[in-house]
Design a protein around this ligand. Structure first.
Ligand code: FMN
Length: 206
């Protein structure tokens, strides 16, 4: 590969993408997995409250026509911010493929039974940590976290129960943009936006 961005990828043309952005996402997500890049499921989640944005990485655990699902602590900073303002953005970057996907939408808690189903599939250590870590709160020391963990590990049954403050969020997309790097900074950007129940595809200048 030469020094020019994205010069190994074919252009992303309107006629080549699927009319349904979820189908298109599935294709790119599979390609990201197949390419062997590290953690293609890592996505930046941006929230905004009172004109103060904040961003952090979470893992995409599931997606389908109804949206993009990740799991977290409902009492964390992100959890509180989503409760205040459900308008969020997600951003994936797959550098080796010269690709970025940007999603704007609204986040809502998933049903308790869906969170339960995912929680039981997690390793016991992760289950205990969901109760032991008051995510986003100030800790006196690492020892405090470790002693919380040790205590809860003793107390928890087998299997451990999902704490009610931990569960999934689903982001229902309003726009999804696919960015494909191209030579000379003439990158492709195709943005889908929902209008009257249909997806409209528009090309944005790079
Ligand atoms: C690769 C990676 C994956 C992560 N996945 C999650 C996740 O799925 N859920 C989560 O709550 N935090 C995850 N984190 C930690 C978050 O980035 C963040 O530190 C934490 O959720 C607290 O964020 P908040 O204080 O804004 O709520 C991940 C961090 C990294 C670097």
């Amino acid at each position: 590969m030469s020094g020019r961005d994205g010069d190994s990828s074919p252009p992303l043309l309107e006629e080549d993408v699927d009319p349904d952005p979820l189908v298109q996402f599935k294709k790119w997500f599979s390609e990201a997995h197949a390419s062997g890049i590290a953690q293609p499921d890592a996505m930046t989640l941006a929230t905004a409250v009172d004109e103060h944005p904040s961003a952090r990485v979470v893992l995409l655990k599931h997606f389908d026509e109804s949206g993009f699902v990740f799991f977290s602590n409902y009492q964390s900073q992100k959890g509180r911010e989503i409760a205040d303002n459900p308008n969020v953005a997600l951003c994936f970057v797959w550098l080796e493929l010269h690709r970025q996907v940007r999603i704007v939408g609204t986040a809502a808690r998933i049903a308790n039974n869906e969170s339960d189903a995912y929680f039981v599939s997690r390793p016991r250590g992760a289950q205990i940590a969901a109760s032991a870590s008051p995510q986003s709160e100030i800790l006196a020391s690492r020892a405090e976290l470790e002693s919380n963990f040790a205590r809860i590990e003793q107390e928890a049954g087998d299997p451990a129960l999902r704490p009610s403050h931990w569960g999934g969020f689903r982001v229902v997309p309003a726009t999804i943009e696919f960015w494909q790097g191209q030579p000379d900074r003439l990158h492709d950007r195709l943005r889908y936006r929902r209008e009257a129940g249909n997806w409209i595809i528009e090309r944005l200048a790079p």
